[in-house]
Ligand binder design. Structure first.
Ligand SMILES: *Cc1c(COP(=O)(O)O)cnc(C)c1O
Length: 453
């Protein structure tokens, strides 16, 4: 099989004409780069809101009680978080930092879901005081929470994270309590027999970029069975089932040879897989006059990835000894962390002349690993010409690193077409702001300044 390549020939034939894109939401790329510099991350507020609505619609059309939660670690730029909060998303956080960030954006504790394997005593204490929705990951955390609830003098309702084998995904057994071994039911017993705690919800997050919708049907079945058993065995009443995220975005995973529009399920297909099972397995609750559990979805990648584009500029052309053409760009893996596992689409901003050739795209870092695309068909490009990398909205503006280069501006194009800076580019002062120089190291050289000649 021939790997899918943008603009290349594959088993589905050539793409006919070269693809290019000159604007985002009506704003031209050249105007954006002139105003904000290169490289530049560009977000579409319209796409963010549209994706949120589409996800909510897909689930709400199939199940009566649905709530979305925004996964902060996927992209915690304040403007992104608040766009989703304005749409109605809870905050889903996995660390003390993310918790504090959500609170500082004005999200009340009881609109925050606090996941993750490590929550410090201090942050747990605050989360209890704020009435946040805590999801327990392990027994040590459970014991600590009991102590803190006692200290606070009240009963705390919690959720637990479950892990299990769906048969379709690598079991992420390091997070939460295992179902098959009986550990998870033990945790339910401990919570329900505690005077300080009450179980109110079940959570699981089975993986990320999961292309198989059957995995979600299996997850739904396991969660519903566990809920039924837990309610039968103990006196608990489960208010919600939280299915985590993991839905794939329209990106090309390296090693997956078909293009994303042929392998990535739609949100409707994911929703079908989950809702069919939950509807059927909670049917008897409705018959008993009880509410069906609230269904929580923590989709990250699928909501934000295609709303983000990286515009970068060619800084040099090269011919490699093996004959391949190479480009050096002003953006590399320091900014595009996801280049390690995706083949991002690479799109010129104007029609290009000349014969497409297999090209390697390097970043600006003086590091051999700095490769944005190891092979892509592109016509010749001149120094100064921009290329767009897309979709890049998920996990890049959180996992990027200040390494060798400054991180660039990030802008958002609002619904009315106006452009807003949402993260200012770094400079020497911002990068060194946290550093301290001990007095005896205050100057670089004393009398013995080294010289090259
Ligand atoms: C990362 C994460 C998500 C979001 O995952 P995506 O793959 O981006 O959809 C949701 N829930 C939890 C607990 C997570 O850790």
């Amino acid at each position: 099989m021939t790997p899918f390549r943008m603009g290349g020939i594959n088993k589905f034939g050539g793409t006919g004409k070269a693809v290019w894109r000159g604007e985002i939401d009506g704003v031209t790329i050249s105007d954006l780069l002139a105003a904000w510099g290169s490289p530049l991350f560009i977000y579409s507020e319209h796409t963010l809101r549209h994706n949120y609505d589409n996800c909510l619609r897909a689930f709400s059309a199939r199940y009566p009680r649905v709530q979305l939660a925004w996964s902060y670690k996927t992209n915690y730029l304040s403007a992104i978080c608040n766009t989703f909060h304005q749409q109605g998303a809870l905050a889903e956080v996995v660390s003390g930092f993310e918790y504090e960030k959500a609170r500082s954006l004005g999200v009340p504790g009881d609109s925050i879901i606090f996941n993750g394997p490590y929550k410090s005593r201090e942050i747990l204490r605050q989360a209890i005081a704020d009435n946040a929705c805590l999801h327990l990951d392990n027994l040590d955390e459970l014991f600590m929470l009991e102590e803190l609830a006692q200290e606070a003098g009240r009963k705390v309702a919690v959720g637990i994270r479950l892990n299990f084998d769906t048969g379709y995904t690598e079991p992420w057994s390091r997070f939460g309590f295992n179902v098959e071994s009986g550990q998870a039911m033990d945790a339910v017993w401990r919570i329900q027999s505690s005077r300080q705690l009450r179980l109110r919800g079940l959570h699981s997050h089975i993986g990320t970029f999961v292309l198989e919708t059957k995995a979600y049907a299996a997850q739904a079945k396991l969660m519903c069975e566990f809920m039924r058993l837990a309610e039968e065995k103990t006196e608990c009443r489960i208010d919600y089932l939280d299915f985590g995220g993991g839905f794939a975005s329209m990106n090309s995973l390296q090693g997956v040879y078909l293009p994303p529009d042929q392998v990535v399920p739609s949100l409707d297909q994911y929703a079908d897989a989950i809702c069919d099972v939950v509807l059927e397995m909670t049917h008897e609750r409705e018959a008993q006059g009880l509410a069906r559990p609230l269904l929580i979805i923590e989709s990250g990648r699928a909501l934000v990835d295609d709303a983000g584009t990286l515009a970068a500029t060619v800084v040099a052309n090269k011919r490699l000894p093996d004959g391949r053409r190479a480009l050096v760009m002003d953006a590399g893996v320091n900014l595009l962390f996801t280049a390690y596992w995706y083949n991002h689409a690479v799109t010129p901003t104007a029609p290009l002349e000349g014969k497409p050739e297999e090209t390697v795209i390097y970043g600006p870092l003086c590091m051999n690993i700095d490769v944005l695309r190891s092979q892509v068909m592109l016509p010749p490009l001149n120094v100064g010409e921009p290329l767009l990398f897309h979709p890049v909205g998920a996990y890049n503006n959180t996992q990027w690193q200040q390494f060798i280069e400054y991180r660039p501006n990030v802008v958002m194009i609002a619904a009315d077409g106006s452009t807003h800076l949402i993260r200012r580019k770094e400079d020497l002062a911002s990068v060194t702001a946290q550093e301290e120089l001990p007095p005896h190291l205050a100057v670089a050289f004393g009398k013995n300044r080294p010289r090259l000649s």
